[in-house]
Design a binder for this molecule. Structure first.
Ligand code: HDD
Length: 703
């Protein structure tokens, strides 16, 4: 008996002693005491001991009578739900949409009637191919799914950060996704398109060529969710009170401008911080820097649709902004992280078919197919037709219907009549005036399995996209294609892709072929429609040409050593704060360094835990001795060499020279190396950082 009592005491003693609380600066403190809430079973029975299962004697067998143990393990065993079949890895946040002005002329959607109206929103960003636990910086499309809880029902704009798609008809969706997911016999590669089956499918699917150019561009390796555009992709309709329809395409534009990383950086970020994009959004929102996007609409009528070069129902085509100017109609602000990731981000169910009265579909065959798939998939994933009862999916406006029962029903109708019409005067009725009415489009035709001829030009907009990129971005596309195809083992697939590239840009095709060692160029792929070379470039499609010219929202990594200039660090911090940017300190030891004024500068990262790939620019605040010491640390040399190779701006004190030189960086190489001789030089450094990258350097660091 004595022995049993003693065992119990030692096991529980440490549990209640101390708790962690967060201080004002976000730091964690230990305090005595713990919560005064009683631990109970799910049935509410208070628990006396949660450390030991019920046994016969201290060393005897466990009893099945232990209902607490059984309930606890049973529930744990069932914690996981199936991950999304695509877009499994994602991260969400709450916020609001604010309408700029009434769009009543075009739509009767309640959300667009009143200037200044704020509508609650939930947004989930995602990668497509990887599983839930994959890394953030995969080369991939990013999902950009927005749920607006409008006064007339939930409106989901389930978009991507790319305005076009791989396929034209939803019936091909399982094929394109199977091809990019891990190969079925070997179960790899994870979250990567650089493998045979993906490129096999793509090279046999000419309609994907436009999208492939986007996915091989820097758009597929964004620096942050905050720096991405979003697109509704399809042509939708706005319908006004007189039942007149206007076609519309939706574009979200980030207030802080667009920014991407380079591929070598992406590969390293995935190792250093697989949650890079999640952490970025979390940090921004938790520190009050709320990310913001403007919703723009491209509006056009039937006459434009009939005369446009391409079919507006074809999701592999876009309408250049120079042809139909996007009109800003509101802003989306994300200002609150979910309280619980699973309850909200994991269980949120986006569905293209969620549209309010005043928004309607077009006949885009990809959209029509999606309207089936999203409802279907929620049942599989969330396990019950009552998934709309989950708070994250429930409308925030009044709602009444006769749907009842089913697994986990939480809101059940009261009263006697659960049908209508009824004679009891109970329950909701239809609203012919304000209810959803489908746009009465006149349809007429034979049942056929056909692809419209107007969908047949697969190359012209791919060429237009390529021609709209800066020299640097075109090089990135060529490098990405060469990298991806270098991982393809079957020569026939590589060659087939080159034959498609010949229809897009001959120079691009030759560069990629050269990198792959293909000496004999194949002939260009047969094209159903002669590829056009006369489409005007669309400058809006380039990231670099539309740089924000601001460093706001970006982050500097400051490598410090003992004896460093404390005044310089303060000046840098002040200048970055004024710019709306942040900094993090990196040192040899997590304990930090002692500065020249004897203050201790605590490090956020040790040097091998805070590589320069995690930052937009770096500063080296080092003494001679400090730099000498760091020359012996490989991670410090990589810190500098990578920052240089990734075309980042590098501020450095004179003392940092030994480290620069040891890292192979000529301190006079270019204007991206900014001497920080004194506090006065800090402003010039921060000003240079506004360019984000010194792209002119790239030709000297990447062959
Ligand atoms: Fe999809 C999820 C975006 C085509 C079927 N899709 C999903 C998500 C986004 C998109 C952002 C994640 C939503 C979330 O965060 O929960 N999908 C797109 C875009 C497409 C597209 C922009 C083309 C323009 N999708 C597409 C097709 C089909 C699907 C053609 C099927 C025919 N998508 C699904 C799905 C998913 C999904 C299987 C998986 C999880 C979910 O829906 O809720 O139903």
């Amino acid at each position: 008996m004595a022995r049993r009592a003693m065992t119990k005491k030692t096991n529980t003693a440490t549990i209640h002693d101390q708790s962690l609380v967060r201080g004002e600066g976000g730091e964690l403190h230990q305090i005595a005491a713990s919560s005064d809430k009683a631990l109970t079973t799910a049935q509410g029975t208070p628990i006396a001991d949660d450390q030991n299962s019920l046994k016969v004697g201290a060393r005897g067998p466990t009893l099945i009578e232990d209902f607490h143990f059984r309930e606890k393990i049973f529930h744990f065993d069932h914690e996981r739900i199936p991950e999304r079949v695509v877009h499994a890895r994602g991260y969400g946040a709450h916020g609001f949409f604010e309408t700029y002005k009434s769009l009543a002329k075009y739509t009767r959607a309640d959300v667009f009637q009143r200037a200044g109206e704020k509508t609650p929103a939930f947004v989930r960003f995602s990668t497509v191919a990887g599983s839930k636990g994959s890394f953030d910086l995969a080369r991939d499309v990013r999902g950009f799914a927005v749920k607006l809880y409008t006064q007339e029902g939930n409106w989901d704009i389930v978009g991507n950060n790319i305005p076009v798609f791989f396929i034209q008809d939803a019936i091909k969706f399982p094929d394109v996704i199977h091809s990019v997911k891990p190969e079925p016999d070997r179960g790899f590669p994870q979250a990567q398109s650089a493998h045979d089956t993906f490129w096999d499918f793509i090279s046999l699917t000419p309609e994907s060529m436009h999208m492939v150019m986007w996915v091989m561009s820097d758009r597929a390796i964004p620096r942050s969710f905050r720096f991405m555009q979003g697109f509704g992709v399809h042509t939708f309709r706005l319908v006004n009170a007189s039942d007149e329809s206007t076609f519309v395409k939706f574009i979200w534009k980030p207030k802080l401008g667009m920014q991407s990383v380079v591929w070598n950086e992406a590969v390293k970020i995935n190792g250093a911080d697989p949650d890079f994009h999640r952490r970025d959004l979390w940090d921004a929102i938790q520190s009050g820097n709320f990310p913001e996007w403007e919703l723009c609409v491209q509006l056009f009528d039937q006459e434009f649709a009939d005369n446009f070069d391409f079919d507006v129902l074809d999701a592999t085509k876009l309408i250049p902004e120079e042809v139909v100017a996007p009109i800003p109609v509101g802003r989306l602000v994300l200002d609150r992280m979910p309280d619980n990731f699973f309850a909200e981000t994991e269980q949120v169910a986006f569905m293209t078919q969620n549209v309010p009265p005043g928004v309607d579909f077009s006949n885009d065959p990809l959209l029509q197919g999606r309207n089936f798939s999203y409802l279907d998939t929620q049942l599989k994933r969330l396990g019950s037709s009552n998934f709309t009862h989950l708070p994250i999916n429930a409308p925030k406006c009044p709602f009444h219907h006769f749907q009842q029962d089913g697994h986990m029903a939480m809101h059940n109708p009261t009263g006697r009549a659960n049908y209508q019409p009824n004679s009891f005067g109970e329950g909701p009725r239809e609203s012919p005036d304000r209810g959803f009415r489908s746009f009465a489009d006149g349809e007429d035709g034979q049942k056929v399995r056909l692809r419209a001829e107007s969908f047949a030009d697969h190359y012209s907009q791919a060429t237009q996209f390529f021609n709209s990129q800066t020299f640097v971005e075109q090089r990135h596309i060529a490098m990405a294609l060469a990298f991806e195809l270098s991982k393809v083992e079957a020569p026939v697939i590589r060659e087939r892709m080159i034959s498609h590239l010949l229809n897009i840009d001959e120079g691009l095709a030759r560069t990629v072929a050269d990198k792959l060692g293909i000496a004999d160029m194949p002939r260009a792929a047969d094209a159903a429609v002669t590829p056009r070379k006369d489409l005007e470039p669309s400058p809006a499609l380039s990231i670099i040409a539309n740089g924000p010219d601001r460093f706001e929202g970006r982050k500097v990594g400051v490598l410090v050593s003992n004896g460093m200039d404390a005044a310089l660090l303060t000046a840098l911090q002040v200048a970055l704060e004024a710019e709306g940017a942040t900094m993090e300190v990196i040192a040899l030891k997590a304990g930090g360094v002692v500065a020249d004024d004897d203050t201790t500068i605590v490090a956020r990262h040790m040097v091998d835990g805070g590589p320069s790939v995690l930052f937009d620019a770096v500063a080296l605040l080092l003494t001679d001795d400090g730099a000498e010491l760091l020359t012996r640390e490989a991670a410090a040399r990589d810190f500098v060499a990578d920052a240089f190779a990734h075309c980042k701006f590098i501020g450095f004190t004179p003392g940092a020279l030994p480290l620069l030189i040891k890292a192979g960086v000529d301190p006079a190489a270019d204007e991206g190396l900014v001497p920080l001789t004194d506090a006065g030089a800090v402003d010039a450094y921060v000003e240079s950082c506004r360019k984000l990258r010194l792209w002119a350097r790239e030709v000297s660091v990447k062959v």
